[in-house]
Design a binder for this molecule. Structure first.
Ligand code: ZN
Length: 123
């Protein structure tokens, strides 16, 4: 993949791979399973209560965590690369400056697919 012609941002480094997904999701899955076991230990709810509670909880926790990670990732990585690339690029014509300012543009997520947890299997 070519770096950005305007500011030199290395898109290849930000290409969606899904690698980082597991580092975030796996610990959360462990915590959620432990939470389900703890709840079952504590008050022995019938199975349908588990089936009712856990799908939305799991979805909210996973999706929320991935969004936080994406925000943290882009706050940490993107400004450094854009700043460095713009400085290295040197003399800016008005047209290249316009290309180099992706302010109105939402950067793509670092992970390939949007998460689609299947919490039904856990409950
Ligand atoms: Zn750019």
């Amino acid at each position: 993949m070519q770096p950005c012609a305007g500011c030199g941002l290395d898109f290849a480094a930000e290409a969606p791979s899904g690698r980082g997904l597991y580092l975030v999701v796996l610990p959360l899955v462990v915590v959620l399973v432990l939470a389900a076991l703890k709840l079952d230990d504590a008050c022995r709810p019938p199975l349908w209560v588990h089936a009712l509670i856990w799908p939305p909880v799991v979805a909210a926790v996973i999706v929320g965590a991935l969004r936080l990670v994406q925000v943290a990732h882009w706050r940490a990585v993107a400004p450094l690369q854009i700043g460095g690339g713009a400085r290295a690029g040197g003399g800016e014509t008005p047209s290249s400056a316009a290309v180099a300012a992706p302010s109105g543009q939402t950067p793509p997520p670092p992970f390939g697919r949007s998460p689609s947890p299947k919490p039904g299997g856990e409950a």
